[in-house]
Design a protein around this ligand. Structure first.
Ligand code: NDP
Length: 277
């Protein structure tokens, strides 16, 4: 069988862990495929997506900043991609391109594993960008006890909830006073903002963490040990970083491309090994 192509489309993609754990999955299942980094600037995006129709291509993952733009460039969208308004996986179905979103699945799988019984929790989500959309859609689908969204631009959070048809959720500004009340009232806190990649930035002031439920969970979608997670761990609070979500979304993409069960343990181990180096 000829070698098939698949890759991650974004700008930048040099830092992406996807090639490592996706290649590990193809190698472990004996599928002759090469998973590549396809650095793509916005002007090149239509041509890049058109190229996914070729017979030797499984499709692609899509990352920052193209997840929304790609939704308009594929032939059809899954119900999930339409609802979230973003595509992170393109599947080549005999020359026609389906856009799907596996971030919702990835977050849901990791949250259900890290927090059994999460449906009884009230969840505070910080952020209203693409990743927050997948998180809100996931916790709404789980049917949790309450949802509050805090964002620097609260109007963006209000639009997000309306787009996702999530009723009964609250929106608050990203201000210490409002956050203090919300933290006391919620047992799971999710950082879905892009604050976390720099060690000198924290989405919550450290003193706010003193109000967190000691039996609660703090999740950060950043797949590294962020200052937020370090501070939470120091207070004995359970934490979840973004790696399980990343690997589970990728595992679902692998299944959509190949029709096979993803070797999740192998993918997780490969991602963890690379992150540590
Ligand atoms: P977006 O650019 O779509 O959204 C960014 C969010 O961060 C917005 O809510 C924005 O607020 C907020 N934000 C950015 N800078 C600041 C700041 N200085 N102060 C306060 N708020 C700020 O990004 P994504 O949603 O795509 O990604 C968010 C994070 O999630 C990234 O770190 C990304 O790496 C991670 N991610 C992880 C995944 C995984 O599998 N683990 C999957 C997808 C993303 P505002 O609306 O006011 O601008």
């Amino acid at each position: 069988m000829d070698i098939r192509r698949v890759g991650v489309i974004g700008d930048p993609v040099a830092h992406s862990l996807s090639p490592v754990f996706q290649q590990a999955a193809f190698d472990a299942t004996g599928i002759p495929a090469r998973y590549e980094r396809w650095h793509t600037i916005a002007a090149e995006l239509p041509a890049r997506i058109a190229g996914l129709c070729e017979a030797d291509c499984f499709g692609a993952n899509v990352t920052v900043p193209h997840k929304v733009a790609v939704a308009a460039l594929v032939d059809s969208l899954s119900e999930t991609a339409r609802r979230i308004g973003a595509v992170n996986t393109v599947i080549n179905q005999d020359g026609r391109l389906l856009g799907d979103n596996t971030d919702l699945y990835g977050f849901m799988r990791s949250l259900l594993t890290a927090r059994p019984g999460v449906e009884r929790d009230r969840i505070l989500i910080i952020g209203a960008g693409g990743a927050a959309r997948a998180v809100v859609a996931a916790v709404a689908e789980i049917g949790v006890a309450g949802i509050t969204v805090a964002n620097r631009s609260p109007e963006r959070a209000t639009h997000m909830l309306a787009d996702l048809h999530v009723d009964g959720a609250e929106v608050i500004p990203l201000a210490d006073w409002d956050l203090m009340g919300a933290i006391r009232d919620h047992s799971v806190i999710v950082n879905a903002t892009s604050i976390g990649w720099n060690d000198d930035q924290m989405v919550l002031a450290p003193e706010l963490l003193d109000a967190v439920d000691p039996h609660g969970l703090i999740a950060d979608l950043t797949y590294r040990d962020t200052p937020l997670l370090v501070q939470a761990r120091a207070r004995g609070i359970a934490i979840m970083d973004g790696l399980p979500m990343l690997v589970h979304q990728g595992a679902r993409s692998f299944e959509l491309w190949t029709g096979l069960d993803a070797p999740i343990d192998i993918m997780m181990a490969a991602a963890e090994r690379t992150r540590e180096t």
